[in-house]
Design a protein around this ligand. Structure first.
Ligand code: PHE
Length: 523
């Protein structure tokens, strides 16, 4: 055994590892399948051409989603580190990219947990339909007690409690480590989620009016294909939905055994995620069809996404549907399970980075990360102004955080470090899907161009009209400042030196590709 292999095993024992490829795939699916699939995809598809959306969606999946998934898998699996460590081992100068992703993940965890907390409350509320006859007034008024846009410190106990439960559960899972915590959560939750959501789809399809909803979702509007906005929506959805650009897939693939078929795994993860998306589209629109019929309205009048769909439309459907309580519990419990496994994945990015950098124990790294994150989350989102902040942070981080870091990292890896040939060789060593020159062309050219285009459009839209009609100062503080701060702190953290025992330079050598020379390798 070479000294590198011995070093590798020791590192594995310290950092943790998934027990097998199956666990890795389930964890990656657990990260990918989240609120984005359930409450975002159906409406995005409906609004952007319905049945015709399948075309841009598949193009985005195969030209950007899966190729970028390959890239993140290669980075993490080859360099066997958290996002910052993997980038540092790729080439020292790129470490900041990893910390930038860590910063994004930290922010996402802070607000994503709030939504899971609400969904937890609503799972219980479903049983007695506690929201009464006006779910809208209940959600904003009685439940969140929303005040005027601004910032207050009035704590709402009904929101604080479920949020505290979510954070407690998170801390326990994260402290249990990669295999017993992160891996086990997905191994349990993903099958249960599929069964629960499958039952929901069946129940929704049996509701009167379900076909109206499906007709509305799948009716193809081919002329939409000529609109750039539709293509931008497809690329945006694929990126968010596959959890790429967050550093999650880099982190998870660093926990996978060396000789693993990463490209085949990427296909399984990508297609499973899209399959779940389709299932969610069917379930959600069948239910919306029922809601429209009951209200004597068109599906277009009741269709929404996000918070409006989950916390207002769904409670309305539960009120009217036969066995509505069952539908409600299935829906909200699905949100909790899908969201929780995604939340675990973003936290793992941060914890793993802290652990690699400081070489501290798992428990210590977990506490170092989760306690401040939980405190921030509780302070922000259990107050009466939480929802506005959530909306703004979410909008800006998704657009100008994740997409930007994805474009920059593709360009840096492809053109700055010129690492694509060796990453391709790495993928081909044990991969079942042969990666050819097409992949390099996509990652170095086509995908960054497509994403750059999406970014410019978004930037233009925000500059044209302040997002959501919020006051400028709120957009500046919770939107722009957060985005800039996260990147800035990231690049500062990259200046903190690694511990002497962490091997950075020359690490690439432990994984020589037998079929090709290493090429120009600056590190
Ligand atoms: N893929 C996730 C989703 O669809 C995106 C995500 C991951 C969001 C992790 C937050 C945290 O919801």
């Amino acid at each position: 055994m070479s000294t590198d292999a011995i070093h590798d095993e020791a590192a594995e024992a310290r950092r943790g590892a998934f027990t097998g490829r199956r666990v890795f795939i389930l964890a990656a699916i657990g990260s990918a399948v989240g609120l984005g699939n359930i409450w975002r995809f159906p409406y995005v598809a409906y609004e952007n051409g319905g049945g015709a959306f399948i075309l841009p969606y598949l193009v985005a999946l195969f030209t950007a989603g899966i190729p970028f998934l390959f890239l993140e898998y290669a980075l993490g699996h080859k360099h066997r580190g958290s996002a910052p460590l993997s980038f540092a081992r790729l080439s020292r100068g790129t470490e900041g990219l990893g910390w930038w992703q860590v910063g994004i993940c930290f922010m996402i965890a802070v607000y994503y947990a709030a939504v899971i907390g609400w969904a937890l409350s609503y799972t219980v509320f479903s049983l007695g339909k506690s929201w009464g006859t006006d779910p809208n007034a209940f959600f904003f008024g009685e439940y969140l007690q929303v005040g005027d846009p601004g910032v207050t410190l009035d704590v709402v106990p009904g929101v604080l409690l479920p949020l505290a439960v979510v954070w407690l559960a998170l801390i326990v899972v994260m402290a249990l480590g990669v295999s017993r915590g992160v891996g086990a959560t997905s191994v349990i939750f993903i099958p249960v989620l599929v069964v629960a959501f499958g039952a929901l789809v069946v129940q929704a399809l049996l509701l009167p009016g379900a076909t109206l909803g499906l007709d509305a979702l799948f009716a193809p509007n081919w002329s939409a294909l000529a609109e750039p906005a539709v293509w931008a929506a497809a690329y945006g959805q694929i990126f968010f939905s596959l959890s790429i650009g967050f550093g999650i897939m880099i982190t998870y693939s660093s926990y996978v055994h060396r000789h693993t078929d990463m490209t085949g795994s990427a296909m399984v993860v990508g297609l499973s995620n899209s399959g779940f998306e389709l299932l969610a589209g069917i379930g959600v629109f069948a239910a919306l069809g029922f809601m429209a019929q009951a209200a004597g309205a068109a599906v277009g009048e009741v269709a929404t996404s996000g918070i409006g769909l989950a916390f207002i439309a769904f409670p309305t459907i539960v009120n009217e549907a036969p066995a509505g309580a069952v539908l409600g519990v299935l829906f909200f419990a699905s949100l909790v399970m899908a969201g929780f496994t995604s939340l675990v994945s973003v936290l793992e990015v941060v914890i793993s980075a802290v652990r690699d950098k400081l070489e501290v124990s798992r428990t210590r790294a977990t506490l170092l990360v989760t306690v401040p994150c939980a405190v921030l989350s509780l302070l922000w989102f259990s107050t009466t102004s939480g929802i506005y902040v959530l909306d703004i942070v979410d909008h800006f981080i998704n657009r100008f955080g994740i997409l930007l870091v994805a474009v920059v990292s593709m360009l840096v890896v492809a053109w700055g470090v010129r690492a694509l040939p060796r990453l391709r060789d790495h993928l081909n060593r044990d991969g079942s899907v042969p990666v050819g020159a097409w992949w390099i062309v996509l990652i170095a050219g086509v995908t960054p161009l497509a994403l750059g285009f999406v970014l410019v459009r978004e930037l233009w839209a925000v500059l044209q009209e302040p997002y959501g009609g919020y006051p400028q100062w709120m957009l500046l503080v919770f939107g722009w400042a957060v985005v800039v701060l996260v990147a800035g702190v990231g690049f500062l953290l990259a200046r903190v030196p690694w511990r002497p025992q962490t091997r950075i330079d020359g690490y690439n050598d432990v994984d020589p590709a037998p079929t090709a020379p290493l090429g120009k390798d600056p590190s």
